[in-house]
Design a protein around this ligand. Sequence first.
Ligand code: AMP
Length: 527
Amino acid sequence: MTVFQDFSIDPAILRAISDMGFEEPSPIQKEAIPKILEGLDVIGQAQTGTGKTAAFGIPIVEKVSPELGAVQALVLTPTRELAIQVSGEIRKIAKYKRVRTLPIYGGQSIGHQIRALKMGVHVVIGTPGRLIDHIERGTLTLDRVRILVLDEADEMLDMGFIDDIERILRVLPGERQTLLFSATMPEEIRRLANRYMKRPVMIKVTREEVTAPSIEQVYYKVLEKNKLDALCRILDAEETELGIIFCRTKRGVDELSEQLQARGYLVDALHGDLSQAQRDKVMGDFRSGRIEYLIATDVAARGLDVTNVTHVINYDIPQDPESYVHRIGRTGRAGKHGIAITLVTPREMKQLRVIEQLTRTRIQPRELPTVEEANERRLAQFVAEVKAMVEQGDWHPLVEEAAESLISSVDPRTLVRALVHYALKDELTLEPDSGYDFGETGAAAGMVRFFLNVGKNINITPKKLADELSQIAGVSVGEIGRIDIFDRFTFVEVSESAAPFVYEALKQGKLLGTRVFVEPAKPRSRR
Ligand code: AMP
C-alpha cells in the first residue's frame, strides 16, 4: 500500500494534503507522482474525478523553488473554469510553502493579470489564447519554466487550440519536463507527444475490467451546489436499515456528518483520524442501529464487517472502478436486498460512463423525488401520527389548560391549521434553487430552449441529438422536446428540471465530438 509519506516530498506538502482531507493517494497519483518526481515525462490517461490534478500538482509544488522569483511551471487548460479549479487545488497543496500560483484566462481584465504577474508568480495556469496574448505583450516570461502540463489535452485539441499550444511549446526552454493528461488518446495526442515529449511513460489506471456484484445500482444526477439537499431527499425516500455514505476526503466526511446531524439524521463519521476507542464506539452504535448511516472514506471503510447494510451511497463518485466495486460490495450480502446509489454531477458523468464500461454494468438513472412527493410523504406521516396519538389519548397533564384556552378563543378550523403549521413549518420543503434562471427563452410551457452553434454542418439529426444529450447529461429522452436543426445552429427544448444539467454538460463537454457553444435562446428567435 502506498501512502503519501512514501513519496519523497516536503513535510509542508504532506501537512497541506492532510488538511485537504486526503487519506491516501488515488490510483493515478500512486503511479504518476513517483515518475514525475523522478523527472520523467508522463502521459496520464485520466478524467475528472480520478485525482489527476493533484497527481501533477503535488510534484509541481515540490519542484518549484520559492526563492527564485520566476515562472517555473506552466499548466495549459482548455477552459477558464478548469484553470481556476486547477489553480485553487495547487494553491491548497502549496498552503505551507511560499509558492505563488495564478490562473490566467480570457474574459478577465488583462491589466489585472499583468499586475498580478509583476508581483512574482511561480506557477501559471492558463488557457492557450490568453497566454499567447501575454507572451506577445512581453508580460509573461517563460524562460525559467521547467515543467509544462497539458491538462485535458483532448479537450484542448477539440477546441482547436493545437496551433496555440505549439506556439507556446516553441517558446519554452527545451530543457524541461512535459506532462500530458487526457481522458482519451486519439492519434493527434500521440503525435503531439512524439514531437514534444522525451520518452514519455504512459500511465493508465483504469484498464482492467472488474466485476460488480449483482445488486441494484442507480445514479442521481445532481448539481454540485444542491448535493446536500438531493441527498436528504434520497434519504427521506429510502427505507433504510443500515447504510454507508461514502465521501472522497475525511474533511468531506466531517462536513457531511455535521450537516446531516444538524438536520436531524442519525449519522456518524468514520475516518482514519479516529482513535481505536472512537472507532469502536461509532461501530457499536452502527451495529446496534443507534445510528442509521455511517459516513466514511474508502480507507476508513476498509475491513468493515457489518451485515444488514441495505444501502451504499456514493455521495462523491469513486476515483476508479475498483473502488466503486469495493464500496458497493458492502451491501446485499448473504442474499439480502441491497442498493447502491451514486450521486453524479455533470462534470463527473464521464467518470460514471468509465465505471459502467469497466464493470460491464448499466447503472440506472433515477429522478430525485420531487418536492411535492417529499412533502406529501411527510404530511401523510404526520396525519397518521396524530391519529395514533388521538387513539392513545394520553397526553401531558398540562396540555389540557393550554388547549382549553385556545379552544375558547379561536375558531377550531383556524386553530388546527395553525397547529399543523406550527408542527411542520420547518420540515416541509420548498423547491431548492437550482441556481439557474434561464429567463424567457421562447420555449413551450415548462420547457427551456437552448441555442447551439452547430447544426447540419456536423451532421446532427434530432434523434442523434436527443440520444447524445441524454447520454452526456444523464437526462431521459422524454425530457427533451422540440428540436429545430438549421445549417449552422440548432434550437433544442428541454424540460425545466433537466435544463441545468443539459446546460452544464454542454458547457463542459462535446456534442458528437465537437465542442459547442450553448446559451439560453432569445424568445424572439422562435420560428
Ligand atoms: P480531479 O480528478 O483532479 O478533478 O479531482 C477530483 C476531486 O478529488 C477533487 O475534489 C480533489 O480535491 C479530490 N482528490 C484528489 N486526490 C484525492 C485523494 N488522494 N484523496 C481524496 N480526494 C482526492
